[in-house]
Design a protein around this ligand. Structure first.
Ligand SMILES: Cc1ncc(C[n+]2csc(CCOP(=O)(O)OP(=O)(O)O)c2C)c(N)n1
Length: 330
């Protein structure tokens, strides 16, 4: 096992450093509006907020090409946005509107966007491991150089499918990166109560390259992801990356009384000491990449963009009831 061996990222260009910041703020603002729409009873169903974990989706997706693949989870808005999805079409999907990515029939947990290589969110924990590995197999078989990233939470470590895919990926040297977002909790259970042994020892058992890194440091995520994505692209095989992180909100938007399963002080520590946006913003200022005015402008522009996207979705029509049986099967 290797633990954050890629500690000091090789020089990241200034425009990329700023883009890492911008993309994280975009996800944060998107998710805050999702919470608001749910609270105002404008959004049917549930959503699982990604707030606190933004550095992982952004650091990984910024290391991918548009034609590379990702598969996502029930907590998937951040992955979709980081891979290039449009916020207005995402809000429309969440509100069940015809303009949405799945014509309003998929909702929060089923957003897919083939144009940006997003093969879909998946409400089945661990369920997308087979899809990502299959996409990587297709890429190799067709002699393309596309890489697939499979995002999953540490809860998926209890799913048998994941181990079948780790085995095949390593056996066939497939260009797939398994990204474990370890936020410490599987729903309302600390992962130490559901997960035996060491996480990365699982990858060791298959002889798979692996690394564990800080999921709150977007530059570190980007550097680690870039290294293994380019290795996979060159045909050198898959990797298993574990990023340590934390979700600030409940398991889903309705989970507001969390004190019975995780301490308030723990939440506060992550929010105040380990926030990926605050940390990267401070780093940008300390290293002369941006000043406060630049960061404020990034935020203000994104607020305007996200508010316009919500307005678009709220004012969009629902699908016609006569189409209820259309576009729901492949
Ligand atoms: C196969 C399957 N089993 C159970 C569930 C119910 N479920 C939804 S989310 C979740 C926990 C997921 O934890 P983790 O994978 O760590 O992701 P996180 O929610 O922490 O992002 C469970 C058990 C499910 N959706 N799919």
């Amino acid at each position: 096992m290797s633990t954050a061996a890629t500690k000091s990222p090789s020089k990241i260009p200034t425009d990329k450093l700023l883009r890492l910041y911008k993309q994280m703020v975009a996800i944060r603002l998107f998710e805050e509006r999702v919470n608001d729409l749910y609270t105002r009873a404008l959004m049917p169903g549930l959503a699982h907020l990604y707030i606190g974990e933004e550095a992982i989706a952004v650091g990984v997706c910024e290391a991918l090409r548009t034609d590379d693949y990702i598969t996502s989870t029930h907590r998937g808005h951040g992955h979709c946005l980081a891979k290039g999805a449009s916020p207005d079409l995402m809000f429309a999907e969440l509100l069940g509107k015809e303009a949405g990515y799945c014509k309003g029939k998929g909702g929060s947990m089923h957003i897919a966007d083939p144009a940006t290589g997003n093969l879909g969110a998946n409400a089945i924990v661990g369920g997308s491991a087979g899809i990502a590995t299959g996409a990587a197999y297709a890429s190799k078989y067709l002699k393309q150089d596309r890489v697939a990233v499979c995002f999953f939470g540490e809860g998926a470590l209890g799913q048998g499918l994941l181990y079948e895919e780790l085995n095949l990926a390593q056996l066939w040297k497939l260009p797939v990166i398994f990204v474990c977002e370890n936020n410490g909790y599987n729903e309302y259970t600390h992962f130490s109560e559901s997960t035996a042994g060491d996480v990365s020892a699982r990858a060791d058992a298959f002889g798979m390259a692996n690394e564990t890194a800080d999921g709150q440091n977007v530059r570190e995520v980007f550097a680690v992801a870039s290294k293994y994505i380019e290795r996979a692209r060159k045909g050198e095989g898959p990797a298993f990356l574990q990023f340590k992180t934390y979700r600030y909100h409940g398991h889903h938007v309705g989970d507001i009384a969390r004190a019975y399963y995780r301490p308030k002080a723990e939440e506060q520590e992550w929010v105040t000491q380990r926030d990926p946006i605050t940390l990267h913003g401070q780093w940008l200022m300390d290293n002369g990449v941006a000043d406060r005015a630049v960061l404020d402008k990034v935020q203000a522009d994104l607020i305007a963009e996200m508010d316009a996207a919500v307005e678009f979705a709220v004012n969009s029509p629902y699908p016609d009831p006569s189409k209820v049986d259309q576009d729901i099967y492949a």
